[in-house]
Write a protein that binds this ligand. Structure first.
Ligand SMILES: Nc1ncnc2c1ncn2[C@@H]1O[C@H](COP(=O)(O)OP(=O)(O)OP(=O)(O)O)[C@@H](O)[C@H]1O
Length: 298
């Protein structure tokens, strides 16, 4: 396949909402170095994500085997597929956490190697724990999502307002002073999403945002996403089930074994037990938990 861009093996610049190494979600992010490069030419019509023939290998095993994934401006795209099909690896390659071994990636029309404008992207990684031991308050964690938009120095009024808005969007403004360790799993997830929203990203990438989230939080998150979409945000969601987000989804891309097997209208859920062999075990579920049947045509 054509590989215009050299293979992407360098340590990438990472946005605050895209920590370079998976870890406790409340890890203090690295403040990006001040930009020394000339401002890039912005093509307002460029696709936020353009992935072509992407391949990636993890632990000596090919995990992405030639993926094409385009997300156009203003679209809400769901990335679906069974456990281990490569969904997280695909989004982690987009945010620069997994190097591609081949193929091409462009973000907002800029080849990945030249892309520096990480403040345009908000990333909510797959949740690994409900709470970490980091003694941070809800507001501190959400404020971290603002760093890429700030210059050095104390937060400006606009920064504080963006953080407050993000807290309100996810219904956590009344918990702003609480330590994140005191939150439920669903509340914790809302804080992580607020952290991504605080940067006012044009492109929001969320890896299983509803995973392990209680119903009340799911509804709040769906409402938050609706508001983002209404303001023209572009969204890529890794999901194992469309669930309450279904009405928002424009297009679904389904992976199987590191390949795209569907790119088009979201597949219809066909019932709990209709598709044997298409189970999805939730990564945060107890090891003896029953698999969740996605009902998706994966
Ligand atoms: N760091 C790693 N080292 C080796 N193999 C890995 C690593 N991370 C993921 N894999 C493997 O790559 C494959 C794809 O994993 P990935 O997490 O992308 O799948 P997924 O579709 O997101 O699955 P899930 O729905 O379970 O989150 C799996 O077989 C997984 O075991």
């Amino acid at each position: 396949m054509a590989t215009e861009e050299p293979m992407e093996t360098e340590e990438p610049d990472i946005a605050p909402t895209a920590p370079p190494h998976p870890g406790p979600a409340t890890d203090a992010p690295t403040h990006p170095a001040p930009a020394t490069h000339p401002a890039p030419t912005v093509d307002p019509a460029a696709d936020p994500i353009s992935l072509r023939g992407a391949t990636a290998t993890l632990g000596g095993r090919p995990v992405l085997r030639g993926i094409d994934l385009t997300v156009r401006r203003g679209e809400v795209v769901a990335l679906l597929g069974a456990n281990g099909s490569g969904k997280s690896t695909a989004v982690r390659s987009i945010v620069g956490q997994v190097p591609l071994s081949g193929g091409e990636l462009a973000l907002f029309g800029t080849p990945r190697r030249r892309f520096r404008d990480w403040a345009r992207i908000g990333y909510v990684p797959q949740r690994t724990t409900a709470a970490s031991g980091v003694p941070a308050t809800v507001r501190e964690v959400v404020s971290a999502g603002r760093l890429a938009r700030r210059r050095f120095g104390p937060p400006r009024k606009a920064d504080r307002a963006a953080v407050q808005r993000a807290l309100e969007l996810v219904g956590m403004a009344d918990r702003a002073r609480d330590p994140v360790s005191a939150l439920s799993g669903g509340q914790h997830q809302r804080v992580l999403i607020a952290r991504a929203l605080a940067g006012e990203p044009e492109l929001l990438i969320m890896d299983e945002p509803m995973a392990g989230v209680d119903l009340a939080s799911q509804e709040i998150l769906a409402g938050t996403l609706r508001e983002q979409v209404a303001t023209g945000a572009t969204v890529l969601l890794v999901l194992h089930e469309l669930g309450p987000l279904e009405p928002l989804i424009d297009r679904a891309v389904v992976l199987r074994d590191g390949c795209v097997v569907h790119d088009g209208p979201p597949p219809k859920a066909v019932g709990q037990h209709a598709l044997p062999g298409h189970d999805h075990v939730h990564p945060h579920a107890a090891s003896d938990a029953e698999p969740i049947r996605t009902g998706l045509l994966t």
